[in-house]
Design a protein around this ligand. Structure first.
Ligand code: FEO
Length: 162
């Protein structure tokens, strides 16, 4: 059985993961509108991963005989201006999610819930990977973003993500 505080923070994390999915599909639509199909693909694949993160938390709460308490999902940001600005927004969002996951880890430790502490490890590793990938994309855009032929190349690369 899940401790109430751990149950609450896991439910809150489900909301953040689904909000993340919403944010990424909003970004995908923006890129699609501007003909950047590769950027659109990358953000859409990321949205699917975020939904998977939310559903894995959902399954875990059920497995631990906890209660699911779904809250409204906020409308995503819409102030997208260019690929660099969007990817900087992604990085800052993922840093926020990382902090949030760290809070889940701390809460499970404080409440002596080793199963949740163990479960959340894969989310911690995932955040390290996600932040690193996004930083690399930002570096590429910053280095070559003024050169539209290279931006086209980056778009092609991002289009390969499955
Ligand atoms: Fe599932 Fe990018 O946080």
């Amino acid at each position: 059985m899940l401790n109430n505080k751990v149950e609450e923070i896991l439910n809150a994390q489900i909301n953040k993961e689904f909000y993340s999915a919403y944010l990424y599909i909003a970004m995908s639509a923006y890129f699609d509108e501007h003909g950047l199909k590769g950027f659109a693909n990358w953000t859409k694949v990321q949205a699917k991963e975020e939904m998977e993160h939310g559903l894995t938390l959902f399954d875990y709460i059920i497995e631990r005989d906890g209660n699911i308490n779904l809250k409204p999902i906020e409308a995503p940001a819409r102030d997208f201006h260019n690929p660099l600005q969007v990817f900087e927004m992604i990085l800052s969002h993922e840093e926020y999610v990382t902090e949030s996951i760290e809070c889940v880890a701390n809460m499970s430790e404080n409440e002596c819930d080793r199963a949740t502490r163990e479960f959340i490890n894969k989310y911690i590793s995932e955040q390290v990977e996600e932040e690193s990938q996004v930083r690399d994309i930002i570096k590429m855009i910053k280095m070559f973003g003024e050169d539209t032929s290279v931006l086209y190349h980056i778009d092609k690369e991002l289009g390969k993500r499955k």
